[in-house]
Design a protein around this ligand. Sequence first.
Ligand code: HEM
Length: 224
Amino acid sequence: MKTKAKIKWTLDVLMTIALLFLMGYQFWGQAAYEWIGAGMFVLFIAHQVCNLNWYKNLFRGRYTPMRILQYMINILTIVAMLALMYSGITMSRHVFAFLPIQGGMALARRLHILGSYWGYVLMSLHWGMVLNAAVKGNMRQHKFQAVGFIISLFIAAYGVYVFIKRNFLTYMFLRSEFVFLDYEEPKLKFIGDYLALMGLCIFIAHYGAGLVKKTGSGRKEDGQ
Ligand code: HEM
């Protein structure tokens, strides 16, 4: 694997770990949490720099349904991240407290909830697309394909349960302005649940991509 590809994978893995930490706001204490948030900010910028090609090719080539879908997920992921950074910095009580930001707390709190829960789903779908591109074609001939499908189906089903139990729709549509944070919950249970939800999104991205391609016009374009 080339150095640039290695850096990209390292960034993706670090961002996924940081994301899991940040979704568990209640576990780490405010100062540590904000430092992880600031780290995510740096990783996000590095990720954009490493993927400048994506921006360069944005208006080149044919727009197929598959490509449009990928663009939408990528652009919405970037919007969610920017909303999280802006609102996080506005609400910061430690790392960015020195900045002369006054007011805007009510909007920031709402943006942070929207950004967190939409962001988690979008970043997981985005992860699914990245993995899809990485394993392109190889899975089809794999002799453990059926076993892999059954395991991923179970993970995805548990992910649906997590999505419902953890009230994602409530927060994604801002039906509540306060997030229920369970300080007593074991960290491993939280991380396991969130990983299953990420698994569900990867499952949707993988099999969804297959469906879009089968509809005909999304054939050549997904190997960006
Ligand atoms: C990908 C990035 C981030 C994610 C996924 C994320 C996620 C979350 C979540 C799930 C909560 C608890 C629910 C809530 O009260 O909204 C929260 C709260 C909070 N986050 Fe973040 N966050 C991110 C980045 C940041 C950054 C960069 C900062 C600032 C350095 C920050 C500062 C805060 C603060 C101050 C709170 C408490 C909000 C309150 O008291 O209502 N966050 N975040």
